[in-house]
Write a protein that binds this ligand. Structure first.
Ligand code: 13P
Ligand code: SF4
Length: 302
């Protein structure tokens, strides 16, 4: 009998497919992926690959972004119900109201958003390039949507601009409490605290380093420190531990799991690849209006 991992590797080769996985999906899925990365690295990989089929082990906005950037490729998602709740905490109507009120505004849309929201935005960003891109924009007024926490963090790094923040948040990161971080610091006094900018501003104020999932992994790998408290989803522990067998990583809080990312199992990866099911489709006209924000991000991030 063929093991499921071998079956996936065989199917991948037969079908000239590539598997892209976010750091938050289960360890065993990261293990069989061709590339694991943060949202930005995966968007770039999606553009660079010459594979005919992209299996996107992640959530809906990732699959839709990959499809918009590769309209001629088949993009498959292991679980079509894996969706980011924060993407739905923003509305097109709010963007229209903000545009009416502030003539000079740039609508900056976090990639964790619906395609409809991207279609009415000016540029897309991820947590690893948001500061860099917002600094480069000619506009003085920034409407940052959907994530108020990332938006607030960016505003502290670009104080010369005026920010309006949408009221969305990541339920996973926003639930990390300052009390839990304080307790972890007390229990591990030598450890550095590395936090994702989707955490609340009070939690970020306690951090030794703030960055995207890739940023956190790179920082911990380059650091001479041996212990770290991690303020993001626990899936990053797989890469942190693989790259740093001699270092110790503690979660800032127990149960830091994104239930949507954890829907992506090996069985579902195998099934969608074998049967070519769960193909991502984005309406052509909607895609035409939304893809420019992704292309502008790829361009401005250079
Ligand atoms: P990054 O991988 O860009 O750090 O984003 C984290 C996240 O929440 C993705 O859903
Ligand atoms: Fe969305 Fe948060 Fe899950 Fe990322 S970790 S997919 S932002 S709910």
């Amino acid at each position: 009998m063929e093991y499921i991992e071998d079956e996936i590797l065989r199917l991948k080769k037969e079908k000239k497919a590539v598997i892209l996985a976010h750091y938050y999906v289960p360890d065993e899925v990261q293990e069989i992926a061709d590339y694991i990365g943060d949202s930005f690295a995966l968007s770039k990989k999606a553009v660079e690959t010459d594979a005919k089929i992209i299996v996107f082990a992640g959530v809906r906005f990732m699959g839709e972004s990959a499809k918009m950037l590769n309209p001629d490729k088949k993009v498959l998602m292991p679980d079509r119900t894996a969706d980011c709740p924060m993407a739905h905490m923003a509305s097109v109507k709010t963007v229209e109201e903000v545009r009416r009120r502030y003539k000079d505004v740039a609508v900056v849309c976090y990639i964790n958003s619906t395609t409809e929201l991207k279609a009415v935005s000016d540029v897309c960003v991820t947590s690893s390039n948001a500061v860099h891109i917002v600094k480069k924009l000619p506009n003085q007024t920034i409407f940052f949507t959907p994530d108020k926490n990332l938006g607030h963090y960016v505003s502290t790094q670009v104080p010369e601009k005026h920010f309006i923040l949408n009221d969305g948040f990541c339920p996973r990161h926003d639930s990390i409490r300052t009390e839990a971080v304080a307790l972890a610091k007390e229990q591990h006094p030598e450890a550095l605290f590395l936090a994702h900018p989707e955490c609340s501003k009070d939690v970020l104020a306690m951090a030794d380093y703030i960055g995207s999932t890739s940023g956190i992994i790179q920082y911990a790998t380059a650091s001479p420190a041996k212990e770290f408290i991690i303020g993001t989803e626990n899936g990053v522990m797989y890469e942190l531990q693989t790259k740093n067998p001699g270092k110790v990583f503690y979660p800032a809080m127990e149960d830091q799991y994104c239930i949507n990312m954890k829907k992506v199992t090996l069985e579902k990866v195998r099934n969608c690849l074998r049967d070519e099911t769960n193909e991502v489709h984005v309406d052509a006209e909607l895609s035409r209006r939304a893809v420019h924000v992704l292309n502008r991000m790829l361009d401005l991030a250079k």
